[in-house]
Design a protein around this ligand. Structure first.
Ligand code: VAH
Length: 318
């Protein structure tokens, strides 16, 4: 039977590129993009689109009934920085949106569900270096503990209902095709735009703030690898640690200077996102993903910087 894939949150930073990758793999008409916002041009003109509101279970029920999806990717979420400005909305959307989708996937017999978690599930007392799959997890952002609770719900629906739901703890994801939305790691995207437009950037994170990061190409590749792996290979039903690279704003700036010697960086003080970043790990142990589904990143900081500058120059006509 051919796949019918529903992507909820298709207009977001990850959703935009996931829809394209899924349409390339399964055929455009097999992938329904959905979002609460108007579709971006590339999404609207490359296959079917539906309006979706993850807080409206009736709306979601209609989409499941109409399309009978064999796979569902739920990407709609409120990220870390925005979540601290709108804590109750972030909890409601991140939590109830997931529970609605898990319930409907069971009701309609959806074969596989993907839901993104984040390294934000770790907190101040989690190990900072090579943070393991299992350890103390005391996230102190609404985004972080909504993702931690969501991981528990995913494991519960797998155990109690046999639902094949799979998840990845994404690091900060860097891309150029779609704007990021309200994250703490967004500095690592904004810096490239500012480097090309003005030659300088003021970072809202301090120079030595080390965070786990990944280029979007690797994040999409990991997501598809996880979803295509045989179910018997999946040993983690909460969410897999995943790592690409780790770097600081100062190291990223140095890498940009290799390509743009006149680039300069400065640092803002007292940005609320600093405390969020300081609560997160600096590097991640993703050995379980390597073992279970042969994960290997392909991008390091040098290659990421080259790709971002090259592609943004083109897309910004600079
Ligand atoms: C955020 N980009 O900054 C997201 C991500 C690990 C960070 O979850 O909130």
């Amino acid at each position: 039977m051919s796949e019918k894939i529903l992507v909820i949150g298709a207009n977001g930073q990850i959703g935009t590129e996931l829809v394209t990758a899924l349409r390339n793999q399964y055929g455009a008409e097999q992938v329904i993009a959905s979002d609460i916002n108007n579709p971006a041009y590339a999404i609207r003109n490359s296959g079917p689109f539906e309006f979706a509101n993850v807080l409206d279970k009736e709306n979601l029920h209609h989409l499941f009934h109409k399309h009978q999806p064999t796979q569902v990717y739920l990407l709609a979420a409120i990220l870390s920085a925005t979540g601290e400005q709108k804590p109750k909305l972030a909890w409601d959307l991140n939590m109830n949106g997931l529970i609605h989708v898990l319930d409907l996937a069971v009701e309609f017999g959806t074969a596989k569900v993907f839901w993104p978690s984040s390294i934000a599930v770790f907190g101040p007392n989690s190990p900072k270096q090579n943070t393991p799959q299992y350890c103390i997890m005391d996230p102190n952002t609404v985004y972080g503990f909504s993702k931690l609770a969501g991981e528990r719900w995913c494991e519960y629906y797998h155990a109690k209902h046999g639902l094949d739901v799979r998840s990845i703890r994404y690091p900060g994801i860097i891309s150029w095709k779609a704007a990021p939305g309200g994250g703490t790691t967004d500095y690592a995207i904004h810096i490239f735009y500012e480097a090309l437009k003005t030659g300088t950037y003021q970072s809202f994170l301090s120079a030595n703030t080390m965070l786990p990061m990944m280029y979007m190409y690797d994040a999409i590749r990991a997501t598809l690898s996880l979803m295509e792996a045989p179910a018997e290979n999946i040993s983690i039903r909460s969410s897999y640690n995943l790592a690409g690279m780790s770097f600081t704003p100062a190291q990223l700036a140095e890498q940009i200077k290799q390509q743009m010697p006149d680039f300069s960086i400065s640092y803002a003080d007292h940005d609320p996102r600093q405390a969020i970043a300081d609560s997160w790990p600096q590097s991640i142990d993703d050995s379980q993903a390597k073992t279970d589904w042969n994960w290997q990143p392909e991008y390091d900081l040098k290659r990421l910087t080259e790709e971002m500058l090259k592609n943004l120059k083109n897309s910004l006509n600079l």
